[in-house]
Write a protein that binds this ligand. Structure first.
Ligand code: PLP
Length: 229
């Protein structure tokens, strides 16, 4: 019989705790973002019924269709945007999400600043770094990260709580996690969003504070919706 979502959640949390212990870290310093993209509300509700409250979605539109209702049914939900954000969707994203992992462009930073100037409370912000320098992938290039983070602090006065990366699929993730940690350290940035179903144990060893795990919890994603993300 296939494991239930509750069992999968427990297994992932146990693995996080074991890897944290092995690295001499406090397991409570690693938060599990359950990536529920492409899964319907009733599937997500199984994780909520199991007591989990921190979720990740990669599309604003999909989250807008799914989460207002789930938030009304379950208290204490924390929703993370882990997919690319277009600046024309910033207003909607800011209203829906508690954390945005994908700040990576001046245009988006400026859209967020405009919202803040209107009095809108901004979510916690993480800057995505394209550690593999992949042309098709979002994120600031590692060579541009220092300048972008300086502009966030000085020009835009946007507090950056963390950095996020998605290593290239065909490479060892460890050097990418190490690079992200190094960039964060030189800016005094605390949160590291790194590690997915295949590599979150490695990420915990490299200091991840947020791991984004989808298929190890919810099973394989339906093939049509969300393909390519
Ligand atoms: C889909 C996705 C994940 C989760 O991927 P799994 O391999 O299913 O764990 C994590 N991060 C991002 C940015 C994603 O788009």
């Amino acid at each position: 019989m296939e494991a239930t979502i509750a069992e999968n959640l427990n297994a992932v949390k146990a693995r996080i705790a074991a890897e944290a212990a092995a690295a001499g870290r406090d397991a409570a310093a690693v938060r599990l973002v359950a990536v529920s993209k492409t899964h319907g509300a009733e599937t997500v509700a199984e994780a909520l019924d199991a007591g989990h409250r921190v979720f990740g979605e990669n599309r604003v539109q999909e989250a807008a269709g799914k989460w207002p209702d789930l938030r009304a049914r379950y208290a204490g939900v924390e929703l993370h945007l882990i997919g690319p954000l277009q600046s024309n969707k910033a207003r909607e994203a800011v209203a829906l999400f508690d954390v945005i992992h994908t700040l990576d462009r001046p245009k988006l930073a400026e859209a967020l600043v405009r919202l803040r100037d209107e009095g809108v409370a901004l979510p916690k912000l993480l800057v995505q770094v394209n550690t593999g320098c992949e042309p098709q992938k979002a994120g600031v290039l590692p060579a541009d990260a220092d300048a972008f983070l300086a502009r966030c602090a000085e020009t835009w006065k946007l507090p950056v709580a963390g950095l996020m990366c998605i290593p290239p699929v065909e490479q060892e993730p460890a050097p990418h996690f190490a690079l992200l940690r190094k960039i964060a350290a030189r800016h005094g940035i605390a949160e590291l969003s790194m590690g997915m179903s295949d590599d979150y144990p490695v990420a915990v060893g490299f200091g991840a504070t947020l791991v984004r795990v989808g298929s190890a919890i919810f099973g394989r994603r339906p093939p049509v919706a969300g393909a390519g993300q």
